[in-house]
Design a binder for this molecule. Structure first.
Ligand code: DQA
Length: 146
């Protein structure tokens, strides 16, 4: 499939614990189950999606740097790095492909420190607070940018 039709979905630290991690905030689906839903929607939308997870900021930065070679857009849940990572923000800006920021929880409804996203200004837009549906909305938004 042409690069333009491919979307890279990235997950940041601790999202591998979904399902057991604070289910009252993040729900009971595992990352694996969410990935299956993303792939089902991708099929429906006629796009190829690759989903990756890393607990490491450097690995995420590397993937974002390389993304334009293979992908036309990125969907990213930077998790805790949302609130700390200038490196991820700069990598998104440098990559120069449309990027959609997603969060399962509503980051504006929680602790004060979660209200600032370093990533937001580098993204086309942000989807926050719709549970796992945030990923599906994010994928639709990214596909609209292709
Ligand atoms: C999160 C929100 C972040 O504040 C938090 O650090 C996460 C998950 C979300 O999807 O709601 O790990 O990005």
């Amino acid at each position: 499939m042409a690069k333009k039709k491919k979307v890279l979905v990235l997950n940041g630290p601790n999202l591998n614990l979904l399902g057991k991690r604070q289910p009252e905030i993040y729900g009971r689906l595992t990352l694996e189950q969410i990935n299956r839903r993303i792939q089902a929607l991708a099929k429906e939308l006629g796009v190829e999606v690759e989903v990756r997870h890393s607990n490491s900021e450097g690995e995420l930065v590397g993937w974002i740097q390389d993304a334009p070679k293979q992908f036309g857009a990125i969907v990213i849940n930077p998790a805790a790095y949302t609130h700390s990572s200038v490196a991820i923000r700069d990598a998104i800006t440098a990559a120069g492909i449309p990027t959609v920021e997603v969060h399962i929880s509503n980051i504006y409804k929680r602790e004060e420190f979660r209200r600032y996203s370093y990533v937001a200004a580098a993204a086309v837009g942000q989807i926050t607070g719709f549970g796992v549906e945030s990923y599906m909305l994010g994928l639709r938004a990214a596909v609209a940018q292709l």
